[in-house]
Each structure stands twice: as structure tokens, then as C-alpha cells.
Design a protein around this ligand. Structure first.
Ligand SMILES: Cc1cc2nc3c(=O)[nH]c(=O)nc-3n(C[C@H](O)[C@H](O)[C@H](O)COP(=O)(O)OP(=O)(O)OC[C@H]3O[C@@H](n4cnc5c(N)ncnc54)[C@H](O)[C@@H]3O)c2cc1C
Ligand code: SF4
Ligand code: SF4
Length: 647
């Protein structure tokens, strides 16, 4: 380990812990083959990035393709191949790349070297390239006579439709809005999920042959019984669009609104201005979107009563005032029970909001909505607080009032189950088992925020599992267990078949060993459904420190924010995407560095002949020469080699 002039530790070699001064006797540790009988085996494990991605992306796979290591066959270009791999699990790479808070990056082993791989920036590149070049999903024949109803056309419902079409089932999405997309369209503002890109990602799914019934609310326009009769199974993907009011006196004032209703009115272009003083209570994604939108909309001095924020949010059609009258900036304050650094909204979104002029007060609890003689809110009485677990404890003597013309509550959501009361678990959600089936309701499945509000990627991952469960239900199969890690892994047999290198058919009958036979893939094991490779199974000293390529952002100041709805994130150019993907350490899978070939003292590890070589089968061992010294396993940076066979 070396130390830089700034005092930072430079992790160039990590075989030992800090302060570990005992040198192992390498000859004892290594050259014991005479009695170990162990030889290298090649073990595919799941990298932690994939293990941390709720939609179970084969991240390492599409990074290998972008860095030009894993090659497509025929004349397919690498961008198309990367898109195919990335969308196997999640059909929204452009959306994910922009707004997913990327738990995969928190889990990335590269954090142990210097910084995580910019996974979602590469994902955005793959998605944006696909949109620009009009990539479609493969056409799907309807090969089954089963029809599935999907209630809700947000990310969960659309992802379910995508997976069902791949299995050849007919499906119909019911959604009560004018357009599909759920919260990607009616919650998140367009400067975060640009609508042309969103439209492209949705249309590509619909083009697979999905029926859509818009402006149709199940439970109101269509009774649930009718849907049950017409379809073989139902996937409930209703989302959580009922905002929770503040749990304080006065919160039922007409100018106290919910964050989701506020954003829906804005995204439907009904809400064009807000009030002069806006107070928002929250700390998560929804609240950050509300304050950022409020700063962009601003207010006008003379407002018609019908155009007041609450009337527009509650459904009145506003006059087109904003295009004719000069707007002024609104004073926008966000309060959160949590200290600012612990708020659940993404850190960069919080930084943007602060720069754009939002005042954020952390560790503050609301006490009461102050009302005027007509019962309208004029302010929010608050105090400072500490947290006992998640329960706020008021700090006495710290009370203060923030003046407000509207107060927006963004403290949580639940499903709107009006007309579907039999599905309600009493808390505004639908109960789910681990297979995303509704317990005791055969043929009913679910996914997304109606299970528990979380992230887009979570809703999409759950939808894929729900579809697997639908398939098992249609096949009359009992579901008993799920793999520890989800199913979208690198699959060597699939890879070999892409290159016409599949193993030969196995003739049933006696066989004396397989070393000379071609019906088996030798010394390879796929443990990716059960094992995630930790950083200490890697040889981290192999990787040079290389700074992460950060996406550019357009920083909007508080003076520039009014009326500014441009996207803030600037996607990678191709060269940056390739270089960033090249930072991936390929945890748990060979990345063709040749270390094992170079360092083997016996010349027992060899490169697979070019005509038979693919990702995952780049090297092989000549067991007649291997003495079991495990140098190859020690120098393999990715942890792909495990000493086995003699165990
Ligand atoms: C303001 C906001 C910002 C967010 N920001 C982020 C973010 O930055 N990153 C992130 O990962 N996640 C974010 N999230 C969370 C994310 O949007 C949700 O987790 C995700 O949209 C859930 O998907 P879903 O398909 O379950 O539900 P939804 O997206 O809510 O879609 C459900 C759809 O079903 C429709 N529907 C409901 N009931 C019926 C019915 N009875 N009949 C017909 N249709 C019906 C709804 O109108 C809606 O269109 C945010 C959420 C909000 C509210
Ligand atoms: S969906 Fe989110 S968690 Fe999954 S790979 Fe993309 S950024 Fe990472
Ligand atoms: S280095 Fe690559 S494979 Fe390993 S966890 Fe990070 S992104 Fe995944």
C-alpha cells in the first residue's frame, strides 16, 4: 500500500490487511499440490452490482459489451447487442439511467478501489442510443391461448406486459390516465424523464402487440368481476397515488394539498403557476420534485380565484395566465423530520434544489396548520425535533411558524382502491406473497408501489417475478422457492449456442469420464443463482486507480430557475461510455487479462483456440500438466478461478 502526498491511501496491493506484517511463506502456501490434488475450475458468480439492482440487471454483461470485450455474432452492432442484454430484465434503460438512484453503484466492488463504476450513466447511453436509432424489441408471436389483464400502465404494468409478450401471452393494459407511464409521466417532471424518450420506451413495448385501454378505471368504468371473467389471470399494478395528509390539526384546510396531486396537475399542464409562499413537508423524491417544480413555476400577483393552486390541483381548468403575465419567483421551503443529509431523496437532487433557491429545514416536525378566519392555511407551525427510530421527538422551546399560501404534504402515499375494496389490506395496499401472488386469490398477481412504494426499478423487477408466477399458475405448477439472485444472468450455454458452439447431444449410456467428450462443458460451474462475489475474493491490486467519468450537469442557479424546464443531466458521448464500462472489474467472470496463462509455472493454463473461444470460455487447463499450485487462482483479478476438483 502506498500513500499519496495528500495522505490518501493508494490501494495498489491488498493481499494483506493494514498493519499485517506477517509474511506468508509462499512455498508452503502454494506448492502443496502433491497432496492437495486441486486444479482450477471456472466459476461464474453474480457480481454485487447485479445483486443490488432490484430489477436484477446483468450489469456486468452489458458493461462487457460496451467495453467491446463481449462481442455480438454476425453483423449485429455492439450497441444493439448491449441494448438486448440491458433490456432483458428492464425495458427502460433511458429512464433508469436518468432517475434510478442506482443502488447497484452502492454495491459495486469498485468502491473498494477508488469509486463505483458509473453504471446508470452507461445505462442511459445504451437507452438513448436505442431511442435515437429507433431500436425495437423483437416481434412476438402470440403462441398461447391465455389472456392476462394488467391493471395500471406505469412501470410495473408496462414491464409485466413486456415480459408476458416475450412468453407469447396476449395481454391488455387498463389505465385511467390519457397516456401510459404512471408516475414516470404524472409524477416525475419532464426535465427528469424527458417525454420524447419516455414515449419511445413505452411505444416500443406496445409495438410488441400489447392491447391498451386508456381512460378506463377498473373498479369504476369496468367492474372487477368482468375483468376476472374475461381474463385468465390479473396483474394488479395500480401504484400508490393517494397522498397522505399531514397528521396535524388544520391539515384539512382547502389550500393543504398532496404532493402527488400537485405534480399530477403540473404534469397534465393544468398547473401553470403556484402561490407566492409554498411550504412542502417531506424529504423524499416526491417532495423534491414538488419544490423544484414550484421554483420553476413561480407566481403572479393578480390571480383569478379559479386559477389558485388548490382549485387547479383539485380539478378546475385554469386560464392560460402564465403565458401572458410576468411570473415572479415563489418562496419555497421544504421541511423534513430527518437531517438534510439523511433525507431519502437522491443527494444530487437535494443539491440541485438548494442551488435553485429552495430553503430546506432538516430535523423539523410540523405541529399545526395555522388558519385564518375563513379556515384557509396561512402558515405551518413547526419545531425542531430529534428521531427516536422513525418517531420524531419535539425539542421544547424551538417552535416557529413558516408563512404559507399553500402547504403540500409529501410524506407518503398509498393505493387508491376505490371500487376495489375487496383487495384492500386495510392500509391502502394489496397483500403479496414472495412470488407476487395475492394470497388466497388464485389467478391474481401484483407488482410495484401497490405492494410497497419504492423505486421504478423495484416495480419493474417485481413485475418480472409476477410474470414468472403467472406462467407457473397457467402451467398448474406449484411455486416453492426463488433463487437468491434473480434470473437475468450470463448464461454460458446460451452464449455458446449464439456462436454455434453448443456442446454435443449426450447419448444416454455408459461414459468413463468426460475429458475426451464434447457433450459437457468442462470445469465450469454456474453458481450465479446462489452466490454473490464479495470484493475480498478479487485480486484488487490488479486494477489501476482510474477516476470515474462523471456526467455533466447543467447547474441552474436560483436566478435562472424561473420558467426553466430544460433537462439538467447531459448523457455520455460514446467514448466516455466505453471508457467508463472499461472500469468494470468484471467481478466473478473472466475478462481475458491473460494473467493465469502468463503466471502458470507449468504452462498448464492455455487460451482456448480462437474458433472455440467465447466470453466465459477464454482459457482452459491441461490437467495432465497442472500441479495444483493455485497461482492462477491467486492472480485472477476477477475471482473467476476457484481451486476445486480434488475437494
Ligand atoms: C413524484 C415522484 C417522484 C419519484 N421519483 C423517483 C425517482 O427519481 N426514481 C425512482 O426510481 N422512483 C421514483 N419514484 C417512485 C416511482 O415512480 C414508483 O416507484 C413507480 O412509478 C411505481 O410504479 P407502479 O407501476 O407500481 O405505479 P405507478 O407508476 O403509480 O403506475 C400505476 C398506474 O396505474 C393507474 N391506476 C391506478 N388504479 C387504477 C385502476 N383502478 N384502473 C386503471 N388504472 C389504474 C395509475 O393511474 C397509474 O397510471 C417517484 C415517485 C413519485 C410519486
Ligand atoms: S436499474 Fe437502477 S439499480 Fe438497476 S442497473 Fe440501472 S441504475 Fe442500477
Ligand atoms: S466492478 Fe463491475 S462487475 Fe464488479 S460490482 Fe462493479 S459494475 Fe459490477
Amino acid at each position: 500500500m502506498t500513500t499519496t502526498p495528500s495522505g490518501d491511501q493508494n490501494h495498489t496491493f491488498r493481499r494483506y490487511e493494514d498493519d499485517d506484517h506477517d509474511v506468508d511463506a509462499w512455498d508452503e502456501v502454494i506448492f502443496q499440490a502433491g497432496w492437495s490434488h486441486k486444479c482450477p475450475t471456472y466459476i461464474n458468480k453474480t457480481p454485487p452490482c447485479q445483486g443490488s439492482c432490484p430489477s436484477g440487471h446483468d450489469i456486468r454483461g452489458w458493461l462487457q459489451i460496451v467495453r467491446q470485450l463481449e462481442k455480438p455474432t454476425g453483423d449485429m452492432d455492439w450497441q444493439r447487442y448491449a441494448f438486448n442484454r440491458a433490456t432483458d430484465a428492464n425495458p427502460f434503460p433511458s429512464m433508469m439511467g436518468r432517475v434510478c438512484p442506482a443502488p447497484c453503484e452502492d454495491g459495486c466492488n469498485r468502491n473498494q478501489v477508488e469509486d463505483f463504476v458509473g453504471i446508470n450513466a452507461v445505462e442511459q447511453f445504451i437507452g438513448d442510443y436505442a431511442i435515437e436509432h429507433g431500436f425495437e424489441f423483437e416481434k412476438c408471436e402470440t403462441t398461447s391461448d391465455k389472456k392476462i389483464a394488467i391493471i395500471g400502465g406505469g412501470p410495473a404494468g408496462l414491464a409485466a406486459a413486456f415480459q408476458l409478450r416475450k412468453l407469447g401471452h396476449a395481454c391488455t393494459i387498463f389505465d385511467d390516465h390519457e397516456e401510459l407511464g404512471g408516475m414516470m409521466r404524472y409524477g416525475i417532471p419532464s426535465y427528469r424523464t424527458p417525454r420524447d424518450t419516455l414515449d419511445g420506451e413505452i411505444q416500443r413495448i406496445i409495438n410488441m402487440g400489447v392491447d391498451v385501454k386508456l381512460k378506463t378505471r377498473v373498479g369504476k368504468d369496468v367492474p372487477m368481476d368482468d375483468v376476472e371473467k374475461e381474463f385468465d389471470a390479473i396483474i394488479w399494478a395500480l401504484g400508490a397515488k393517494s397522498g397522505r395528509p399531514l397528521p396535524v390539526p388544520g391539515a384539512d384546510a382547502p389550500n393543504c394539498l398532496s404532493g402527488v396531486a400537485f405534480l399530477e396537475a403540473f404534469n397534465e399542464k393544468r398547473l401553470q403557476i403556484v402561490a407566492k409562499k409554498v411550504v412542502v413537508v417531506g424529504g423524499g423524491d416526491t417532495s423534491i420534485d414538488v419544490v423544484s417544480v414550484a421554483r420553476r413555476l413561480g407566481h403572479i400577483t393578480e390571480v383569478h380565484e379559479k386559477d389558485s393552486t388548490e382549485n387547479v390541483v383539485l380539478g378546475f381548468t385554469a386560464h392560460d395566465v402564465a403565458s401572458t403575465v410576468v411570473r415572479e419567483g415563489s418562496t419555497v421551503t421544504l421541511t423534513s423530520l430527518f437531517p438534510i443529509e439523511n433525507m431519502t431523496a437522491a443527494e444530487h437532487e437535494v443539491e440541485d434544489a438548494l442551488r435553485e433557491g429552495v430553503s430546506i429545514k432538516g430535523s423539523v416536525m410540523p405541529l399545526e396548520v395555522m388558519l385564518d378566519s375563513e379556515g384557509r392555511a396561512t402558515g405551518l407551525r413547526c419545531c425542531e425535533c430529534t428521531l427516536d427510530g422513525n418517531r420524531p421527538v419535539a425539542t421544547e422551546g424551538t417552535e416557529f411558524t413558516i408563512e404559507a399560501d399553500i402547504i403540500v404534504s409529501a410524506i407518503g402515499q398509498s393505493g387508491d382502491l376505490t371500487g376495489l375494496e375487496s383487495m384492500d389490506n386495510g392500509h391502502g395496499f394489496i397483500n403479496s406473497d414472495k412470488f407476487y401472488q395475492v394470497p388466497d386469490k388464485p389467478g391474481h398477481f401484483l407488482a410495484g408501489d401497490i405492494v410497497r412504494p419504492h423505486l421504478l426499478t423495484t416495480a419493474i423487477g417485481q413485475a418480472a417475478i409476477a410474470v414468472e408466477s403467472v406462467q407457473a399458475y397457467l402451467d398448474d405448477q406449484e411455486l416453492s422457492k426463488r433463487p437468491k439472485v434473480d434470473v437475468h444472468h450470463f448464461d454460458l450455454l446460451h452464449k455458446l449456442s449464439e456462436w454455434n458452439l453448443s456442446p454435443e447431444e449426450h447419448e444416454a449410456g455408459e461414459s468413463r469420464g468426460t475429458s475426451e467428450e464434447n457433450f459437457a462443458v468442462h470445469n465450469y460451474d454456474d453458481r450465479s443463482a446462489a452466490e454473490i462475489i464479495p470484493h475480498d475474493d478479487l485480486f484488487l491490486g490488479h486494477y489501476e486507480e482510474t477516476p470515474r467519468h462523471k456526467r455533466d450537469t447543467i447547474a441552474i442557479s436560483s436566478e435562472e430557475v424561473l420558467g426553466n424546464f430544460t433537462e439538467r443531466l447531459v448523457g455520455y458521448e460514446e467514448a466516455a461510455a466505453i471508457e467508463e464500462a472499461g472500469r468494470c472489474m468484471s467481478c466473478g467472470m473472466c475478462f481475458e487479462c491473460d494473467n493465469c496463462v502468463i503466471f502458470c509455472p507449468q504452462d498448464a493454463v492455455k487460451k482456448t483456440p480462437k474458433a472455440q473461444s467465447t466470453t466465459g470460455r477464454y482459457v482452459y487447463t491441461d490437467y495432465s500438466r497442472c500441479i495444483g499450485c493455485h497461482i492462477c487462482a491467486d492472480v485472477c483479478p476477477t475471482g473467476y478461478i476457484n481451486m476445486g476438483l480434488g475437494e
